[in-house]
Design a protein around this ligand. Structure first.
Ligand code: PLP
Length: 398
């Protein structure tokens, strides 16, 4: 591997050449069933013909114009997103962490516009991940992402998800601006928050005039079987939400959605971007949205999630020495292991299956939402082979 790249990634020795649906073809001839999907990004599979056509068509007409002009496709996609959600307004960005940055700024400006500029604190949770900007790593509070980057920023409070008293006190504090939470934690290990937890948070926050921000960068856009994960929890709609990943099916784009009230401070000049919402992104984003918001696809994702859960639970029951738990929601699936998750990722690769890692020693399965029943069964069979190989190796090593 070339040393001309900044060494920030722990890359697996896989060089992908071509993708089609849920399958990836590597340069060495290996074919993999892809249950990583660019970490929940290729939700429509690789090279979906509808997305390819939209990108190709737009590439021949117009690539880029500044946001100082009206941009083809932006207003359409914003209308679609607001019609399908709690939100009234949308800001388009390029990556999940930028959408989070916009969400935090929106929350603070909301309070400043209302005459409460002292409300700056953003409450985040252990195990969360919101991206890599300075604000995002401070919001998640994970020391691994903060070490060596200078002082922690003021205005961020970290709690554990089960600290109900701490959360109530933090929400009641006069300097609190917002609570930032993933309805299903992704990097933290596919941890789904309960409907009741999300509803109670919203009720408490609303009573205190504190905004709720959902990070649906990973769990949103259909992955749980609803377009947005919080839609499983009626009444728990956020005031602000960040989305990215699946919304472009692999083309970089993101969005911060907000109610008009929450976004009241985001007036001309307060925020902006060169590339966010550019014509190429909007062409792909509109095509992807129409496919992802299709109730038939959402129902399919839920059904495939149930099939995975049943198959994986049965598998884990026979391998208590290898794995202990299946968790997550829909097609954001975690399997908590006894054995090392990094080693399991490598063993799964030996059997032609790509899975991602996750917190609490999980592997995550994040397949494209278009995965078929047969492909779900193939994924489970391949993971079963990886479990068997692991067990055999443990016995040999003993
Ligand atoms: N938020 C969540 C929940 C994520 O999973 C991620 C990325 O994995 C991000 C934010 C950051 O997104 P990006 O890598 O596009 O900046």
């Amino acid at each position: 591997m070339s040393d001309a790249l900044m060494g920030v990634y722990n890359r697996a020795p896989v060089e992908v050449e071509r993708g089609e649906g849920v399958w990836l073809h590597a340069r060495d001839g290996q074919t993999y069933l892809d249950c990583v999907s660019g970490i929940a990004t290729n939700a429509l599979g690789h090279c979906h013909p509808g997305l390819v056509a939209a990108l190709r068509d737009q590439a021949e007409r117009l690539w880029h114009v500044s946001n100082i002009f009206r941009i083809p496709g932006q207003e359409d996609l914003a209308e679609k997103l607001t019609r399908a959600s709690f939100a009234d307004v949308v800001f388009f960005a390029n990556s999940g962490t930028e959408a989070i940055e916009c969400a935090i700024k929106t929350a603070r400006r909301h309070h400043a516009a209302k005459g409460n500029p002292e409300r700056i604190d953003v409450i985040g949770f252990a195990g969360s991940f919101h991206g890599r900007t300075y604000a995002a790593v401070n919001a998640s509070g994970n020391p691994g992402y903060l070490d060596g980057f200078g002082p922690r920023l003021p205005g961020y409070v970290q709690l554990s998800l089960d600290d109900a008293a701490g959360l109530a006190a933090a929400i009641a504090a006069p300097t609190t601006a917002a609570v930032l939470v993933e309805p299903v934690q992704g990097e933290g290990g596919a941890r789904a928050l309960s409907v009741e937890w999300l509803q109670a948070l919203k009720a408490m926050a609303r009573a205190a005039g504190v905004l709720v921000i959902h990070d649906e960068v990973q769990c949103g856009m259909g992955r749980t079987g609803r377009l947005f994960a919080h839609q499983w929890a009626p009444g728990a709609e956020p005031d602000i939400m960040a989305i990215a990943k699946a919304m472009g099916g692999g083309f970089p784009m993101a969005a911060c959605l907000a109610t008009r009230d929450a976004a009241q401070g985001m007036v001309v000049g307060t925020h902006g971007t060169t590339f966010g919402g550019n014509p190429l992104a909007m062409a792909v984003g509109n095509a992807a949205f129409d496919l992802l918001a299709d109730p038939a696809l959402l129902a399919h994702a839920q059904k495939m999630g149930d099939r995975f859960a049943a198959g994986l639970n049965a598998l884990v029951a026979g391998y208590r020495d290898v794995a202990v738990d299946v968790r997550g929601k829909g097609l954001l699936i975690g399997v908590k292991l006894v054995v090392n998750n990094r080693e399991m990722m490598a063993t799964a690769r030996e059997h032609g299956l790509l899975v991602a890692g996750g917190g609490e020693n999980c592997i995550r399965l994040l397949p494209p939402l278009i995965i078929t029943e047969r492909e779900v069964d193939t994924a489970i069979d391949r993971l079963a082979m990886a479990f068997a190989t692991t067990r055999r190796r443990m016995a040999q090593a003993a």
